[in-house]
Design a protein around this ligand. Structure first.
Ligand SMILES: Cc1cc2nc3c(=O)[nH]c(=O)nc-3n(C[C@H](O)[C@H](O)[C@H](O)COP(=O)(O)OP(=O)(O)OC[C@H]3O[C@@H](n4cnc5c(N)ncnc54)[C@H](O)[C@@H]3O)c2cc1C
Length: 513
């Protein structure tokens, strides 16, 4: 292993959470960002719809809070959500200062609408290229700053000494050399885990590394059963999965089944703008009824110029694959999109392990509860990154309190088996831990994931580390989903189809170390 390098801040990940945190932290000490691909490989750059903030004349953070709590189906941490909505306008201003060019109309910021928001409050950039604009602005600035950026360096272990996170071991995936990086504060900003599922909007980096690293180090992990499946990803044979933003439905697009019938009014009073889990399940049931693998999203009744101006990226992508969305309906189906759970933090981004912080999609701050309100995730990254940097300046060794009933993943017997490949894991997760679940399928998935993990050789390169991390993150999801004997938010079980009051609580895992 190479000699240790030391920084005041070690930040893992170069999406919005990692870069924004690095840009703030540089005022307080030396900063190193470690990222396993090139700097712009992340979920952030694919974000389309935008970032939510109650900045409209008819809006108020209290309304944003109400919508967030309602979407979260009884599990939102109200204190954290209040911080989220009240800090939104200031953090948007920071992004503008960092160069993010939000769209404006007649000199006023343009505000879009998305499902389950009671007001138009989604700021966007480049129409539907919000994430790309954010990522480019922040990465340009970071590269011009005195921030050390280590690309193609995959963190494989958090080193814990005397009960504190003190260092990271990270593999340079081009030279195969492992280096120890020591840090005053370690921030996990590793993003989500959509790659655990066969159909996903997430890019290849989203393999749940942060959750696996934190769990192995003894930090708590919470709400892993709550995966948001986006209802509308483009479904064309041989074409990579591509998100069709909810904002398209916000603008008036209608969902129709194979027979050309609009079906959402029969499922929910808010029709196409019902919560994502409701729309995703309605689509699954329409696909089953009509025996197809897609439904249609129809926006042909809207003015073509408005559609192409508001959704230039989606329009171009569809045109590249022979589809003119202004003239014909788009075939779509649900895809794994976002994880509400993750590494448990308090409202300062502190995990239960001193000196380890988590921020962005990898974190579970509690603001999303059992279901995320659209466009709250980009907002969460900046609100809590700011608080992490504030906290490190004030207090070095504090941590989130431990959860009394946190449990360890249960072992199965020493079952033999063969090591899986990524595709088998994704198929298992999609079929058994996907949009519609049941106890038998979840048990089977957990057992299979355990057996696969037992058969896996010691990881030695990026793909094998990712596979090991995906197996662990998958088990945390399957076990939590098995324990939660009810349906709530994004978690739906056919054997327990209703919410149960006694389950209005979190499921938390912590490994004994
Ligand atoms: C298609 C799509 C559209 C979306 N649209 C919206 C939207 O309109 N509004 C909204 O609010 N949200 C949206 N989301 C969700 C939002 O984009 C993400 O939640 C957010 O960008 C996450 O940011 P992050 O910085 O936490 O993670 P990411 O942007 O995913 O960054 C994670 C970083 O960690 C690195 N990393 C991971 N593991 C390791 C490791 N072991 N070692 C080193 N580096 C590692 C990765 O390489 C990457 O650089 C969308 C997501 C997708 C996929």
């Amino acid at each position: 292993m190479h000699v240790a390098q030391r920084f005041d801040f070690l930040i893992v990940g170069s999406g919005i959470a990692g870069l924004y945190c690095a840009l703030l932290a540089r005022q307080h000490g030396t900063v190193c960002v470690l990222t396993k691909g090139s700097i712009d490989e992340c979920n952030t750059k694919y974000a389309q719809g935008g970032i939510a903030a109650a900045v409209g004349a008819d809006d108020d953070p209290a309304l944003h809070l109400r919508d967030t709590i309602e979407a979260g189906a009884g599990l939102v941490d109200e204190a954290a959500a209040r911080i989220l909505v009240e800090a939104a306008a200031d953090r948007i201003q920071d992004l503008v200062t960092f160069g993010v060019p939000f769209d404006a109309v007649d000199g006023e910021v343009a505000l879009g609408k998305e499902a389950a928001h009671s007001r138009n409050r989604i700021l966007h950039a480049g129409g539907d290229s919000t994430g790309a604009h954010i990522e480019i602005s922040l990465s340009n600035l970071a590269q011009m700053s005195r921030i050390t950026i280590k690309e193609h360096v995959q963190v494989e272990r958090i080193v814990v000494e005397r009960g504190r996170a003190v260092a990271l071991e990270a593999l340079d995936t081009r030279t195969n050399v492992t280096t120890r990086f020591e840090g005053g504060a370690i921030v996990l900003a590793t993003g989500g885990c959509g790659q655990l599922f066969r159909v996903t909007t997430n890019p290849v980096i989203a393999t749940g590394d942060g959750v696996a690293l934190a769990y192995r180090a003894g930090a708590e992990v919470q709400d892993m059963e709550f995966i948001q499946f986006h209802p509308t990803a483009l479904r064309l044979p041989g074409v990579p999965i591509f998100l069709i933003s909810e904002a398209v439905r916000g603008e008036g697009a209608l969902l129709k089944n194979e027979d050309g019938e609009r079906f959402m009014p029969g499922y929910h009073e808010k029709a196409e703008l019902a919560p994502r889990d409701v729309v995703a399940r309605a689509i699954v049931s329409e696909m089953a009824r009509t025996r197809t693998d897609h439904v249609f999203l129809d926006i042909t009744h809207l003015d073509a110029t408005r559609v192409t101006a508001r959704f230039p990226q989606i329009y171009r992508y569809c045109m590249d694959h022979g589809l003119d969305m202004t003239r014909e309906p788009i075939p779509v189906s649900p895809a794994a999109h976002y994880i509400m759970g993750g590494v448990r933090t308090n409202t300062w981004g502190e995990t239960t392990l001193p000196r380890l912080y988590a921020c962005g999609e990898v974190a579970c701050t509690g603001v999303h509860g059992a279901n995320r309100l659209a466009s709250n995730s980009l907002l969460e990254t900046v609100v809590f990154a700011k608080r992490i940097v504030q906290r490190t300046a004030e207090s070095a060794d504090s941590a989130a309190p431990l959860t009394e009933d946190a449990r360890e993943l249960p072992p199965f017997g020493n079952e033999g088996g063969t090591a899986p490949d990524r595709a088998s894991l994704q198929a298992l997760m999609w079929d058994k831990v996907g949009i519609v679940r049941d106890g038998a399928g979840l048990e089977e998935a957990s057992r299979q994931l355990w057996a696969w993990r037992a058969a896996l050789p010691e990881p030695h390169d990026r793909p094998s580390h990712e596979l090991a991390n995906m197996l662990l993150a998958g088990r945390l999801m399957a076990e939590a989903a098995l324990m939660r004997e009810e349906s709530r938010g994004a978690h739906y079980r056919t054997d327990f189809p209703e919410p149960v009051d006694a389950w209005r609580r979190h499921i938390t895992f912590r490994r004994k170390v």
